[in-house]
Design a protein around this ligand. Structure first.
Ligand code: ATP
Ligand code: MG
Length: 375
């Protein structure tokens, strides 16, 4: 797929800006705080309807304005699509495809596919488990848009169940037995929902990681050029012996029952995919603890390239690649590996504060745009 143009109106520090992309690689160069990452964030929003930097729409809309808009023209194998996302400070966002407003935001997902690789991702290996879960979730959302809905349902059930467990703890402290009985039967209802939605999450995460693992392994050995063997292992919080919905649900329910007392005591849900971990090992040693900084970087690069390939395989078209501040963090060998991997197959937007970190090969084959104060 190819992003032909992007139009930002009252988005972040952009008042009005139209960008035509006329090369497979675009380098956005500019000083700090000029709007380079904001532009990439706009593309990320069109791809996932989420930003890794902002939670509230009102932060995305240009200060002093009530409404902002991101519009783009995308060429896909089966034709050209116009996408638009309108963000509002006081009302809900709306999305449209080819000027037609969509009733379900879910239908907007999966039209533009993009892999985001920012300097923050360099912490993927040693950062919190939540980072790794978010990473897998963002891949799943693009491959299987309905996953966004499943995850949202799970999180909603989790919040309600946590609130109930908290109330439970309070009532038990005050020895209110009537309230306790009431809470118990309500809890059983939430258990059932947690198990149904949670197993959907777990099974999908397992499936996508099974497909990602060999791709990451191949990239990793190609970049590290040594006999390092990467293993990527899903460590689900619920046992997952086979990919059978009923077996997973049963295992989940049993574990909840085992942890019942601890959950009521702590007032929070202790079992479920919100406690999953994804483990990376290099030659059977955990990369998180033992990997050098260089090894961790190689690993993250391999993961991102695997993500790119997996989306291409599943979607049938190469996704966009968004590189935010990351190239300067890679040494020349890794930069070249990346360049070789993307060639001109994956349209790539790259931000940087100076062009000095690029070699001539990059510069010659790229469109270079200077970003200054939202222009
Ligand atoms: P760096 O090189 O430091 O990463 P950058 O060019 O990537 O810089 P951005 O993060 O794209 O910078 O832009 C940051 C600028 O956008 C800041 O000046 C910030 O004040 C401004 N900004 C962020 N949100 C809004 C908003 N809602 N309205 C107006 N300006 C905003
Ligand atoms: Mg930036």
């Amino acid at each position: 797929m190819y992003l032909k143009s992007l139009n930002l109106r009252s988005f972040r520090n952009y008042r009005e800006c139209l960008v035509d992309f006329d090369a497979p690689k675009t380098i956005l160069v500019g000083n700090n705080a000029q709007g380079k990452s904001n532009l990439l964030e706009a593309v990320e929003l069109l791809a996932t309807l989420k930003s890794h930097r902002a939670v509230r729409d009102r932060d995305l809309v240009c200060e002093g304005t009530a409404e902002g808009k991101i519009a783009a023209t995308l060429e896909r194998a089966n034709g050209t699509v116009d996408l638009a996302l309108t963000l509002r400070t006081q009302a809900r966002r709306t999305v449209s495809l080819n000027s037609e407003t969509l009733r379900r935001q879910l239908d907007f997902l999966g039209v533009l596919n993009a892999v985001q690789f920012s300097s923050l991702d360099l912490d993927l290996v040693r950062g919190s488990p939540e980072m790794r879960r978010n990473w897998v979730d963002s891949i799943l959302t693009q491959l299987e848009p309905v996953y966004a809905h499943i995850l949202q349902q799970y999180n909603q059930v989790l919040r309600q169940r946590n609130a109930l467990l908290k109330a439970f703890r309070k009532e038990s402290d005050s020895n209110n037995s009537t309230a306790n009985t009431q809470n118990s039967s309500e809890l059983a209802l939430w258990d059932a929902q947690l198990v149904t939605t949670g197993s959907r999450v777990t099974r999908r995460r397992a499936r996508v990681l099974t497909r990602l693992a060999p791709l990451a392994q191949t990239w990793h050995s190609s970049i590290s050029g040594r006999s390092e063997v990467l293993e990527l292992k899903y460590a689900p919080n619920i046992s997952l012996e086979k990919d059978d919905p009923e077996a997973v649900q049963q295992a989940f329910l049993e574990k909840i029952q085992q942890r019942r007392i601890a959950e009521q005591h702590q007032g929070t849900t202790l079992v479920g995919p919100h406690r999953d971990e994804i483990e990376f090992t290099i030659n059977q040693t955990p990369a998180r603890v033992y990997g050098s900084q260089g090894q961790q970087r190689t690993l993250v690069l391999a993961l991102k390239l695997a993500e790119l390939k997996l989306i291409e395989e599943v979607v049938g078209e190469p996704p966009l690649l968004l590189l935010d501040d990351v190239l300067a963090e890679l040494d020349l060998n890794r930069q070249n590996q990346l360049l070789d991997a993307i060639q001109d197959r994956f349209q790539t937007l790259i931000t940087t504060t100076h062009l000095g970190s690029f070699d001539a090969q990059w510069l010659d084959s790229s469109q270079i745009l200077c970003v200054e104060a939202g222009q």
